[in-house]
Design a protein around this ligand. Sequence first.
Ligand SMILES: CC(C)(COP(=O)(O)OP(=O)(O)OC[C@H]1O[C@@H](n2cnc3c(N)ncnc32)[C@H](O)[C@@H]1OP(=O)(O)O)[C@@H](O)C(=O)NCCC(=O)NCCS
Length: 166
Amino acid sequence: MTVDIKKMRFEDLGAVVELENELFSPPWSYNSFVTELNSELRSCLVAVDRGKVIGYAIGAMFYDEVHIMSIGVTTNYQRSSVATKLMVELLNYAYYNNSNRVLLEVRASNKPAIALYTKFGFAPVGVRKKYYTHPVEDALVLIAEGINDNDYKLRFESIKDKLRVN
Ligand SMILES: CC(C)(COP(=O)(O)OP(=O)(O)OC[C@H]1O[C@@H](n2cnc3c(N)ncnc32)[C@H](O)[C@@H]1OP(=O)(O)O)[C@@H](O)C(=O)NCCC(=O)NCCS
């Protein structure tokens, strides 16, 4: 398996929306992705294996912060470091924009995603009550603060080193 991370294009949206419907409730609409792709303050990425979109991620600049808007990997490619590769590129986007913190919301019960973010040094800073619908659930707000600090950079380098080995 050779997974490449590429910029999302409008031609990818059919596959991205299919993936979105597989992974999320409620899913984002096609038009939501069009809006994201049309914004200059976004990093919209796809993970591709032999021409097939198997994952995607979107990062957004808000002021001096990067928000991870969405990340997902199709079920039969999960646990193969695809999300790790997408996260590395979103962190690179934050570094490129001189940002020092990255944040996101996650369903409180989403253990795989919370484990992924914890690996990247995210920690909870708050709860948004009943933030999600279908089903209604709280969101945890997670932040990776100080991504330019040495400790964080060491963590990031170690994640990238492991990707190179595997
Ligand atoms: C969360 C998600 C994106 C992870 O994608 P993935 O490609 O499987 O993740 P990776 O293989 O890169 O795993 C990275 C780390 O996440 C953690 N992790 C991922 N899936 C996990 C699981 N099922 N159980 C426990 N830990 C898990 C592990 O710490 C893993 O590190 P390791 O491989 O060194 O142990 C994927 O499960 C997914 O698409 N879920 C549905 C959509 C979703 O919930 N997105 C997040 C919304 S906030």
